[in-house]
Write a protein that binds this ligand. Structure first.
Ligand SMILES: Nc1ncnc2c1ncn2[C@@H]1O[C@H](COP(=O)(O)OP(=O)(O)O)[C@@H](O)[C@H]1O
Ligand SMILES: N[C@@H](CCOP(=O)(O)O)C(=O)O
Length: 289
């Protein structure tokens, strides 16, 4: 099972919007077993507990009552803002659903995979697991998830800084002004139509946000300079990816490589190592049998 990285929030859609990324991804393998065991390898795996009670894939095996030998090769580093914890949870949910013939749809697996998010961030937010399972752009609302296929080009720059989602949720303001609310609704609506039209300019305009992103940007050294550099290089919009520290830019494909270089240079200028993924909005998980 190949389960994609995801970017949640996209600025104006805190805890609502999410997008599957074409790359990077986790590879999740499962075999039936008497009790669940987990073996981790790959990017940042030394920081991820193999104890099933502390691993997002273990939480999913428990929720599905599907004990298994689970092997995860991380393509998505933990505490990245790229839905690392969600990729493993979504991959495990889909793989275990097949292994045990549970017959649940990908949409029905969203709240089950979110059990993993509750374990690591304290809340079962679904805005990463929804796109990780369904692909494309997703909107998580009280009454269900809406999915739209899209392939808008993106650059995601991941600095060598760790920001845990649990900590980054603590800095989110408890309230905001009506003026900010009106601005956010306008931008969220613009972004949604932009995704549907696959229009990078509209998506970029909708990625601004005056409430959550400014509070979280303070946790990322060099954020303002990286954002400016990406915009100068042609990005149509830039924001914090998920809870950070990843920074995501929407763009036209022809500008992608220049934007990636500009973001890497801007982090380098403040002595922060980083890596850039030239990617786009992509599909959900791929199942290998
Ligand atoms: N299978 C897993 N993959 C990634 N992180 C996991 C996993 N299981 C538990 N974790 C823990 O979840 C935390 C990372 O999740 P989170 O802070 O939400 O970051 P991200 O934005 O990358 O998802 C780390 O503390 C990590 O040890
Ligand atoms: N809506 C959540 C999304 C967290 O995404 P992650 O990729 O950082 O785990 C939040 O903003 O807290």
């Amino acid at each position: 099972m190949r389960a994609p990285a995801t970017s949640a929030n996209l600025g104006s859609g805190f805890d609502v919007f999410g997008a599957a990324l074409e790359r990077p991804a986790d590879i999740v393998r499962v075999e039936r077993a008497e009790e669940t065991t987990i073996e981790m390898s790959g990017a940042g795996s030394e920081f991820i507990p193999e104890d099933p009670a502390k691993n997002t894939a273990g939480a999913v095996a428990e929720a599905l009552d599907a004990p298994a030998r689970i092997k995860i090769d991380k393509g998505v580093r933990p505490a990245s803002g790229l839905g690392s914890s969600a990729a493993s949870a979504a991959g495990a949910a889909l793989a275990l659903n097949e292994l045990y013939d549970r017959g649940l749809s990908r949409s029905e697996l969203v709240p089950i995979a979110a059990e993993g998010e509750a374990l690591v961030s304290g809340e079962a937010h679904q805005d990463n697991v929804a796109p990780a399972l369904l692909g494309g752009f997703t909107i998580v609302a009280e009454d269900g998830v809406t999915q739209v296929d899209s392939s808008v080009p993106l650059v995601v720059c991941l600095p060598d800084i760790v920001v845990s989602t649990r900590d980054a949720r603590r800095v989110v303001p408890e309230s905001t002004s009506v003026e900010n609310m009106v601005d956010t609704v306008g931008r969220a609506a613009t972004l949604t139509v932009g995704m549907h039209r696959e229009d990078p300019a509209m998506v970029g305009r909708g990625m601004e946000d005056n409430v959550v992103t400014p509070a979280r940007a303070k946790l990322i050294d060099g954020y303002d300079a990286v954002r400016e550099a990406a915009l100068d290089a042609g990005a149509t919009g830039v924001t914090v990816s998920g809870a950070g520290p990843g920074v995501i830019a929407a763009c036209y494909e022809s500008d992608r490589s220049e934007i990636a270089g500009a973001m890497l240079d801007a982090f380098d200028d403040v002595d922060v190592d980083s890596r850039a993924y030239q990617t786009r909005i992509g599909d959900g998980p791929t199942v290998y049998r």
